[in-house]
Design a protein. Structure first.
Lengths: 81, 144, 144, 81
């Protein structure tokens, strides 16, 4: 399946891109996109514990099952306000 | 009234929006850019958002506040882009029949916004450098 | 900035007064006239003050707040005379480096003002009657 | 001695005047002015427990010693804000 990956703030800087269409295996979980990012840049491994994942604009747990066409966002620690 | 804006926030308009004939107390929180951060001189802050999710999450926390307290009007405005020292990055205004609810709901809204809403602040220092606020990896990453 | 005024309060001016380059958070309380009081329909409120003592007492509570919290700017404006429904009778704005101090000091200021400052509110009802807010003798007095 | 008495809100309505110069015995206490008011209008007796007294614009206790020329204010329960 394909998901649309969106990165923000420090995650975008680390990855070097803001948006990317990613091909994942069937039965992929939210955490699968983090594995993809770690493969592309090993530094993501150190950030993993502080990154949250949102699917279709809702926070999800790492084991949330992804579906084809989902919008998956990597949310580094927020600092609005 | 919930909005994200690239322009200076009209604080008076946000406040006027929430005054109703039934409200007796109004609490307003305003976050402003200050000229230092951990002893470093700040020139300006720059905010970016995952905009649709930010709006959606702000709507959720407003709903949550309305479930917890009998409040009337709520205005939440967050500025994006560059915010110079002394200007407002966020304004939250809440009206209620009595002051206690207005204070508590306003405090809940800003605390929850700061924890949950996908908005990020980049600090631009007077020395010309800049960095994402509070962005540190769990283990120290060797960022090139 | 402490003042008593017979005119509508300029809320924006009070807020702008307290923003300093060192402040990161600002809390504002605004008391407004609401259209009911214990199920009775209110037309307007009318405030009177023992003016010199009211100013003096507000100065004292501002000093007390500054001893308790590291706050920067403080503005306290109370309107006197007739205040129609939906208009502000009091505005308290407090700035601090961080939001916690701004919220706590603002709450302290309005709570203490309401308890200590010699200002009285007369409620004018839609039915044409009026009375001093909360004025009841310790024992029931036979007021003629 | 003479003090300048000021009444506000419900106390003024009850007394029927806002300001009055009052002649008091030497060694008068703040509470003495309440006795004067009760003499003029017995209804003041019921209000006594809820009235505070300010001398020269500072709240004082009932046994505060007055001095010639003091400004003595009767402060009913306040309701600003």
């Amino acid at each position: 399946m394909k998901v649309r990956l969106k990165l923000f703030s420090v995650a975008r800087d680390l990855a070097g891109f803001h948006e990317l269409e990613v091909e994942l295996e069937q039965k992929a979980r939210a955490s699968s996109v983090l594995d993809v990012l770690v493969q592309r840049n090993p530094h993501f491994k150190d950030w993993k514990p502080s990154l949250r994942i949102a699917v279709n604009q809702e926070y999800v747990h790492a084991d949330h099952a992804l579906r084809d066409g989902d919008e998956v966002a990597i949310i580094p620690p927020v600092s609005g306000g | 009234m919930i909005s994200l804006t690239l322009h200076p926030i009209d604080i008076g308009a946000a406040i006027n929006q929430v005054i109703t004939p039934t409200s007796g107390g109004l609490n307003v929180f305003i976050g402003t850019t200050r000229n230092h951060s951990f002893a470093r001189e700040v020139k300006l802050l720059e905010y970016e958002a995952y905009e649709p999710m930010a709006l959606h999450t702000i709507e959720q926390i407003e709903r949550e506040a309305r479930e917890k307290w009998p409040i009337y009007g709520v205005a939440i405005v967050h500025r994006l882009g560059r915010v110079p020292v002394g200007e407002a990055s966020v304004v939250i205004a809440v009206s209620a029949a009595h002051r206690n609810e207005a204070f508590e709901a306003c405090r809940f809204l800003i605390d929850t916004l700061k924890r949950e809403v996908p908005i990020w602040k980049r600090e631009h220092f007077v020395d010309g450098t800049s960095e994402w606020s509070g962005a540190k990896p769990a283990k120290k990453a060797k960022l090139s």
